[in-house]
Design a protein around this ligand. Structure first.
Ligand SMILES: C[S@@+](CC[C@H](N)C(=O)[O-])C[C@H]1O[C@@H](n2cnc3c(N)ncnc32)[C@H](O)[C@@H]1O
Length: 357
């Protein structure tokens, strides 16, 4: 779509100017703007999903819009019969676009479903892309969205797990050394970004089971299917299923059923979660020499006590940090004011402490 909006005979708004647009610069309904003018305007005021780029500046972003009065402006379009426009289809398209712009300004929870593409680096210098479907987000289904720490962890996996094509032989001291197929489990996988990235990176030298709560798993399975071409090319084995941390397995898993590696991104957002998560890790993590847990989570103010509790519980279980660090990502949705939200995240790799000595 063109980055120019024509306003009457002489007014042109360019998308690249530094000056933020004010609502009075936009075509007003009482002036009966054309359908094209309205569509272009509504495109210009889109709050675009950020690409999780590790910078607050998103070069793909268009011209800033002063949010003052924008909600009223969008409502005026929705409330107008747009009777001067030629077709019902055009009127519908404009009302839909105005409603979508209003939703964006109501926060991510009001956003419609979407598909997003994530670029994941590899240790051999290439990157691959994963396409993930994100249904419309509701407050109790946080796994329908891809959260920033999962993107940071997905980009870090290749260095943590030291993958190399085509044999995909890992060799660091901090990660399992598979002369056999590595069995991995993702807890609270959400849309599956971490687990699917792991599968594509490790290819045939690993099997991964992506798990979450029952309402989340159908979309998780859908996302695995969406990326089947990449997963087939790398010969990765991916399965999905329900694993609720609050439900103990009817019979404890045998050592063969346990996992060499457990992955989890952004798993703590309730006071119960540290205990539930660590108890689940205790059940499912192999007692083998090379067993590892890889975690990444944001330092959200409200959940700092949960992060402390998680650390303590992991250590009480007999696990110790092998490697850890902090990094900053940017939340994928801008605020209505146009600013990216910086999120500080903590990543960590854990192994059995007596076996680390
Ligand atoms: C904030 S989301 C993170 C999703 C994904 N890992 C990401 O970072 O994009 C937390 C995830 O934990 C899952 N979860 C919460 N409680 C759970 C439980 N008791 N058992 C299993 N998964 C749970 C949620 O369904 C959700 O998918």
């Amino acid at each position: 779509m063109s980055s120019l909006i024509k306003l009457g005979a002489s007014n042109m708004i360019t998308a690249d100017s530094d000056e933020p647009l004010h609502v009075f610069d936009l075509p007003q309904i009482y002036m009966k703007p054309t359908g094209t003018e309205l569509i272009q305007t509504l495109d210009l005021v889109t709050i675009k999903p950020r690409s999780f780029a590790s910078s607050a500046h998103d070069p793909a972003k268009g011209r800033a819009v002063d949010p003052t009065g924008l909600t009223r402006y969008l409502t005026s379009i929705i409330a107008s019969p747009l009777s001067w426009l030629e077709t019902d289809e055009l009127r519908e398209a404009i009302w839909d676009a105005a409603a979508a712009r209003l939703s964006e300004r109501s926060g991510r929870t009001a956003m419609p479903a979407m598909s997003r593409v994530f670029a994941i680096p590899t240790s051999w210098g290439e990157e691959f892309t994963l396409t993930l479907h994100e249904p419309s987000l509701t407050s109790d289904n946080l796994g329908m969205k891809t959260w920033v720490s999962s993107y940071l962890l997905s980009k870090r996996l290749h260095s943590l797990l030291d993958t190399t094509p085509p044999q995909l032989v890992p060799s660091t001291s901090t990660t399992p050394t598979p002369n056999r197929t590595l069995k991995a489990l993702e807890l609270g996988a959400g849309t599956g970004l971490v687990g699917l990235s792991f599968a594509a990176l490790r290819g045939k030298s690993a099997k991964i089971h992506l798990t979450d709560l029952p309402p989340i798993v159908p979309n998780l399975a859908h996302n695995a299917a969406l990326n089947i071409e990449l997963l087939t090319k790398t010969a990765a084995t991916v399965t999905t299923g329900v694993l609720d941390w609050s439900v103990a397995p009817a019979t404890p898993p045998t050592p063969e059923e346990q996992y060499d590696l457990i992955l989890a991104a952004d798993p703590l957002y309730s006071p119960d979660h540290p205990q539930l998560l660590v108890d689940t890790i205790a059940v499912w993590l192999s007692r083998g020499l090379d067993a590892r847990v890889v975690l990444e989570m944001p330092f959200r103010d409200a959940y700092l006590p949960q992060i402390r509790e998680l650390r303590e519980r992991m250590m009480n279980l007999g696990l110790a940090v092998v490697e850890e660090g902090e990094e900053t990502g940017y939340d994928d949705w801008e605020t209505a004011e146009g600013g990216a939200v910086a999120v500080r995240c903590w990543w960590s790799v854990w192994g059995w402490s007596e076996k680390l000595r």
